[in-house]
Ligand binder design. Sequence first.
Ligand code: PEP
Ligand code: MG
Length: 571
Amino acid sequence: MQQLFHGLSAAPGVGIGDIYKYAPVVADDAGRTPAPPAGDPEEEWERFLAARLLVDEELARLAQIGQTATAEIFLVHREILHDSTLTDAVRAAIDAGSDATSATRQATGELVRLFRDLSDQYFASRATDIRDVGQRLVFRLGGITPARQLNPLPNDTILLAEDLTAFDTTHLDQAHVVGIALAASTPTAHTAILARSLGIPLVCSAGPEILQLHSGMFAVVDGIRGRLLVDPDEETLEQYQLTRSRLRRFQAEALSHSHEPALTPDGERIPVRVNVNSREDLLHIHSNGAEGIGLLRTENLFQHRTSPPTVAEQLTAYQDVHTYTNSHSLTVRLLDIGGDKPVPYLQPPAEANPFLGVRGIRLLLRHPQMLIDQAQALVDLARNVAPVSRIRILIPMISKVSEVHQTLKLLEDVPGYQRCRQLGTLEVGVLIEVPSAALLAQHFAPQVDFLSIGTNDLAQYTLAADRVNSAVATLATPLDPSVLRLIALTCDAGRAAGIPVAICGEVAGDPSVQPLLLGLGLNEISVAGPAVPMVKSAIRRVDMDAARTLAAKALQCSRAQEIHQLLHDFG
Ligand code: PEP
Ligand code: MG
């Protein structure tokens, strides 16, 4: 009999195949594999240190050359690898008579359990990262690891698990996995980012019930609506097969036109750009037909060092990124760090609620020299690439009009800033991701050159729902009417000031929401690289009058459900 499980869409597409239930031989499953006889404790400790060195080199390589979608993930894992809590526990277990592999399993296992039990969701989610590091160490020590459990896999595999680590995702048999269903996790978690970059449909937060399912069961992962269907009836299966082939046709068709502009039938031209988190995101900008970078996250450049990068170091990094834009514009977000992403050299105080703490511009205004240096590097970049290209500075986490004024004041004193801005080679904009900024946008829009809406945080802050907590993930939808009203207000403010309004949150990568976004008044879209061709193609089908009517109706809705229905009926 058909069984339906509701989750959240974390990577789009439809996957049809047989379930492979993945119960990882996790780092804490010490008893499952027979331990080799332990050697002399010093030898075992040497073995551990040698394995740690190999893992460290591997993580450093992955972080630097960006073999996966987010270099940041691997930098966090390097910190865990060197954390004395972990290494002291391994040493103690070895001294108590364990071999290096069992000691590593035991130590990481205890830490995983400790973190999992913490009531703070942020720390609880770090358990997955610790498990990841444990897996890498055990792998290097010659123990059983997911690499062997996840590769090779049969054709058309639907991978089902409680959660996946970045290590799992990079080691899985990507050619044969057609869909992933996870009991936990969220659409903004590392695994979701990786799945999107691999183009594998993913449903997360599907609930612990799915862990009762067995390997070999026939299933459909619906990454569009966030559903897992087991044993679908004939009619449903047929519909999904049709959807899958339609999607594949659309994708092939979209890719063949990806270098053409996104022009609506009424002649509205919408630039479609990419969000860049890591070096790997840069590699496909051109093949996807993106018109520049709509959001360059700069946090990686500042983390995992003992002092901030110099102006010259930053300029080199930005120049390198700029070479991938093909002379299109490059939007660089000022450092959005603090709270949940601490940088040791700033000595941040511990915060109970880091997402509501000293983050983004709040931190920069307390460390103005960091803001000035980053701005100087961007001014220098603008001078170097003028007149063929345009650089945009994006200010994150604005919640007060006074913060805009203070930031502009600091920027104006940066040598060369005013001249570049007069010439139009340098622009400055505000990231709208806090409800107060959307509500007050009309007051600062006239002083800036563009606005960009970050719906990931805007939804989190509007609905008071932590974006990394799967227990409240369904609440934090950017398609909630409350968030749409804030988007509409922002667009109104942009229109009144005569400046463009962009969107760079994850929701913008969904082709089916384009009529709503354009109808609300957005002028520019920035999305993950692989989404660019389909988003462009969707824009080409948008009738602007119909889109405005759709947006007006959506703004009258009281529930997200009704908005999904409107989109479904429209499409
Ligand atoms: C957002 O908040 O929507 C955004 C684009 O920024 P980030 O996901 O990096 O917070
Ligand atoms: Mg944000």
